[in-house]
Design a protein around this ligand. Structure first.
Ligand SMILES: [Zn+2]
Length: 339
C-alpha cells in the first residue's frame, strides 16, 4: 500500500509539473483528489489495512494528499501569473511605433489674399456682400450698360446656360443687385468666382475670382476713388507704394481708368519682376456711369459713385511671387504647404 501511495504521489507530481495550462492542472486534481480519484480510492481501501496500522497509514495518506495539494496550488499560481504576463504582453501599447499622422490643412493663397483685401476694406467701413454665380444676362451685361450688340459682350467669352442665363463673367452684377435694393449710401465689396470660356494657361483659367467694389453716396468724386484705392494699395503692398491711373474704357463707368502700383520688388526702378517697367497693373476702376445708376433706380443728379474690380488671383500671384496661375488650382500639397 505504501508503495502504491508513493507511486501515486510521484505520478501526480510529474503530471502537475507537466501541466502547462490551468485546464490540464485541473484534470490532474480531479484524477488524483476527485471523488473517483486515485488517492480517494486508496482512502476507500483503508478497510484492507490492518486496524493497528490504520492511523499511521491514514496519516501517510493525508501527508501525501497535503503535498499534492500544495504542489497543485503552487502550480496554479505560477500558471495564473504566466497567463497574466502573457495577456499584458499582448495588450501592451508600443509607444515607439510611428503614430497615425493627422494632416493639418493650410489656408489657400487665394483665401489669404481675400482675407487681407476684406480686412482693408472692412477697416474703411465697407460691407462684404455676395451674389449668384449663375446670373441673368440682364444683371451680367445689360444693367451694366452692355447691351446685346455691344462689342464688350464679345470680349468676355461667356458660358451661356440659355439666352437669358449665364455663368457670370464678372462680379459687377452684384453691384446692380445692391443698387436695386434702394438702400443708400452703399459701401461694399463683392468677392466671388467668375467664369469665362478661356483656355487654361499660365495667366488664364475658365474659372477665377474677382473682388468688386462699389461706393454710392452724395458728392462722391474721382478724388474719393483715387484716395480710397491709393490707401488700399499702400495697405496691401506697403506704405511706400505709389499709384498711377491710366485712362481706360469700361461700359459701366465714365470716366474709367486702370490703376498701376509701383513694383514692390524694386520700388519702381524696374526689375525682372515688373519686366523693367517699375509699375504693375493692379485693377480697373471708374465713376459709375449715370446710365447704370438710372437703370438701378438711382438719380444720377443726386447720387454719384465709383466702382472697381480687382482679380483675386492677380493679388495672390503678386504677393507670393507665383509665376503660374495654374498652381493655384492644382491643389498640389507641396505647393500649398508653403503658405
Ligand atoms: Zn520691379
Amino acid at each position: 500500500m505504501k508503495e502504491k501511495l508513493q507511486k501515486i504521489k510521484e505520478e501526480a507530481m510529474n503530471r502537475i509539473a507537466a501541466s502547462d495550462d490551468l485546464t490540464k492542472l485541473n484534470d490532474v486534481r480531479v484524477a488524483v483528489l476527485g471523488k473517483k480519484g486515485e488517492l480517494t480510492a486508496v482512502l476507500k481501501s483503508m478497510k484492507d489495512v490492518l486496524p493497528e496500522e490504520r492511523p499511521a497509514f491514514g496519516q501517510l495518506v493525508n501527508e501525501v494528499r497535503s503535498e499534492i495539494e500544495d504542489k497543485l496550488e503552487n502550480a496554479k499560481k505560477a500558471l495564473e501569473a504566466k497567463e497574466l504576463e502573457l495577456r499584458l504582453q499582448n495588450e501592451v501599447i508600443d509607444v515607439t511605433l510611428p503614430a497615425k499622422k493627422n494632416k493639418v490643412g493650410h489656408r489657400h493663397p487665394n483665401t489669404i489674399a481675400l482675407e487681407e483685401v476684406e480686412r482693408i476694406f472692412i477697416g474703411m467701413g465697407y460691407e462684404v456682400v455676395e451674389g449668384p454665380e449663375v446670373e441673368l444676362d440682364y444683371y451680367n451685361f445689360e444693367a451694366l450698360n452692355i447691351p446685346a450688340n455691344h462689342p464688350a459682350k464679345d470680349e468676355q467669352d461667356t458660358f451661356y446656360i440659355n439666352n437669358e442665363i449665364v455663368l457670370r463673367t464678372q462680379t459687377s452684377p452684384v453691384q446692380v443687385r445692391e443698387m436695386e435694393k434702394g438702400k443708400l449710401p452703399i459701401r461694399m465689396i463683392a468677392p466671388g468666382r467668375v467664369f469665362r470660356a478661356d483656355e487654361v494657361d499660365a495667366t488664364h483659367s475658365p474659372s477665377f475670382h474677382q473682388i468688386e467694389g462699389l461706393v454710392i453716396d452724395k458728392h462722391i468724386t474721382f478724388s474719393d476713388l483715387k484716395g480710397t484705392l491709393e490707401e488700399f494699395a499702400r495697405e496691401l503692398f506697403g506704405p511706400d507704394t505709389k499709384v498711377k491711373f491710366r485712362p481706360h474704357h469700361f461700359p459701366f463707368t465714365e470716366p474709367s481708368a486702370e490703376m498701376d502700383v509701383t513694383c514692390f520688388k524694386c520700388g519702381g526702378k524696374g526689375c525682372r519682376f515688373c519686366k523693367g517697367e517699375g509699375w504693375i497693373e493692379i485693377l480697373g476702376c471708374g465713376m459709375v456711369h449715370p446710365r447704370v445708376l438710372r437703370m438701378s433706380g438711382i438719380d444720377p443728379e443726386e447720387y454719384s459713385g465709383f466702382a472697381f474690380g480687382v482679380g483675386l488671383e492677380r493679388i495672390a500671384l503678386l504677393k507670393y511671387e507665383i509665376d503660374d496661375m495654374r498652381l493655384l488650382y492644382e491643389n498640389d500639397d507641396r505647393f500649398l504647404k508653403q503658405f
